[in-house]
Design a binder for this molecule. Sequence first.
Ligand code: ATP
Ligand code: MG
Length: 230
Amino acid sequence: TLPRGPISVTFEDVGFAYPGGEPVLHDVDLTIEPRSRIAIVGETGSGKSTLAKLLTRLMDPRDGRVLIDGTDLRDVRFSSLRERVVLVPQEGFLFDETLLENIRFGRPDATDEEVELALTELGLDQWLEGLPQGLRTEVGQRGESLSAGERQLVALARAYLADPDLLVLDEATSAVDPSTEVRLQRALEGLTRGRTSIAIAHRLSTAEAADEVVVVDRGRIVQRGPHREL
Ligand code: ATP
Ligand code: MG
């Protein structure tokens, strides 16, 4: 078990191939300081989601190592990893239940007040007030009564309640209306404050808000620097 607090992340000569497939990551070396907010950008199929998945041990690297705070992920207990590293996937799963149940999924003990506070902290209180039944709003099958952007808001609120030390966000590619875009940006700002975060950015706004941008091309890191220099 590792102590809690913002984590550093290191990819050390990481190579990866899916079973029976060609290599999709090559010699990835990347160090991310505690509390820094990194955006990863690159074309479709370049390996961004694969990097994200390695961080939560959905699979392990074929070559090299992935470390948090200098410890190989393979030596970190799963229970500790689950608490400290949260991945918000590209297509998060919503249940045919209320907004409340969807947000506190993973933290079933959370009260209405805690969920409301989380939404307020993320600047989403006005959004909540605008919903017909507030936290009791039914989201429908797979969340289909919400817009794609709103489903992401739910995913961010869920991640906030989980309170991870490392947040890995695989941003959805779907188009979002301007008011939801503003809400997503604000929520992301609140969620990443004081934490180490890695956001796979499909939106320019996410990359702009990051401390540094990492560019991935065909499984390799080809550039890294502040947004304005890229
Ligand atoms: P996108 O921007 O479209 O989300 P990405 O940068 O996240 O793309 P990855 O999902 O990491 O790309 O995929 C990298 C490569 O690995 C692609 O060639 C993809 O086809 C392949 N790949 C991804 N997932 C699997 C899988 N489960 N099994 C086999 N190959 C996969
Ligand atoms: Mg992806």
